[in-house]
Design a binder for this molecule. Structure first.
Ligand SMILES: Nc1ncnc2c1ncn2[C@@H]1O[C@H](COP(=O)(O)OP(=O)(O)OP(=O)(O)O)[C@@H](O)[C@H]1O
Ligand SMILES: [Mg+2]
Length: 252
């Protein structure tokens, strides 16, 4: 099973929105998708309309449940492994456990989906390391601001390189940098995009437009792909889904 971790330590850049929309776009294309909410804030679980009472990934990381027992089938196609606040407490216990970097990788081994998308938390802690160790590749959303490039460099140096070099995941690759909340009418957005490319970051050809429909979808239990299929971001996420599906075919 291919694992695409959507992450960067910076908050509010569209990680959760990207996981959900990409998952729905792939599911509409016949791809069997598993989504893992690995953020104690549980934004993805909430966006999917799944109750906070449901068993969560915290119980699986703690050895009290298997992922298949806590998986929730969503009406729009993807299957979700929910999160809750208990995950924050479990993350603290990971520091004292042996080989805790591989917990998520081991939990994923028996599952059979075409792809697993991980919504990583906005931090560089143990959960993020688990998300990077389990990953085939990393998709990095960034908002087009010059200041975000610093976060991008830090993530690359502190997280991705660490996972690669410490022999935790030597084959880890970057799928690409995805500019989110992009508005091509804004000069500083265009400049930031150019600057990222010039600095050598592998910026994808697809950008995700800024549109209120993405935020509105948050209250409907679906992503923008289902909520507003004719909107620009929905079409862009569908396009991204095609690129990811092609990547899956090439890896098969
Ligand atoms: N393309 C977009 N256009 C407009 N608003 C967006 C877009 N993408 C995301 N948003 C909004 O921006 C906010 C942050 O998005 P999201 O929760 O996906 O980011 P995140 O990186 O997962 O945040 P966190 O770091 O808190 O987990 C949300 O309110 C979301 O609805
Ligand atoms: Mg999030």
């Amino acid at each position: 099973m291919e694992v695409l971790t959507v992450g960067v330590q910076k908050g509010g850049v569209g990680k959760t929105s990207t996981v959900f929309a990409l998952a729905e776009a792939l599911a509409q294309n016949g791809v069997r998708v598993l989504m893992i909410d690995l953020d104690p804030q549980s934004s993805l679980t909430e966006a999917a309309g799944v109750s906070a009472e449901t068993a969560s990934i915290a119980e699986a990381l703690d050895g009290r449940a298997e992922l298949r027992d806590i998986a929730v089938q969503l009406p729009t196609g993807p299957v979700l492994i929910p999160s809750d606040l208990e995950l924050a407490a479990v993350e603290l216990t990971l520091a004292n456990r042996n080989a805790s970097e591989f917990l998520l990788t081991d939990l994923l081994t028996p599952l059979q989906f075409d792809i697993c998308l991980i919504d990583a938390p906005p931090s560089l802690g143990r959960l993020m390391i688990n998300a990077l160790v389990a990953a085939t590749e990393v998709l990095i959303p960034v908002t087009p601001q010059i200041i975000d490039m610093r976060g991008l460099r830090l993530f690359h140096r502190e997280s991705i390189s660490r996972a690669q070099h410490r022999r935790l995941n030597p084959d880890l690759k970057i799928f690409g940098v995805l500019p989110t909340m992009y508005d091509p009418r804004l000069v500083h957005h265009r400049q930031a995009l150019q600057a990222m490319k010039k600095a050598g970051f592998p910026v994808l050809d697809i950008t995700i437009s800024r549109a209120i429909a993405v935020a509105e979808a948050g209250a409907t239990g679906t992503s923008v792909v289902t909520y507003a299929p004719e909107s620009k971001p929905a079409k862009e996420y569908t396009q991204l889904g095609k690129v990811v599906k092609k990547w899956l075919r090439n890896r098969a």
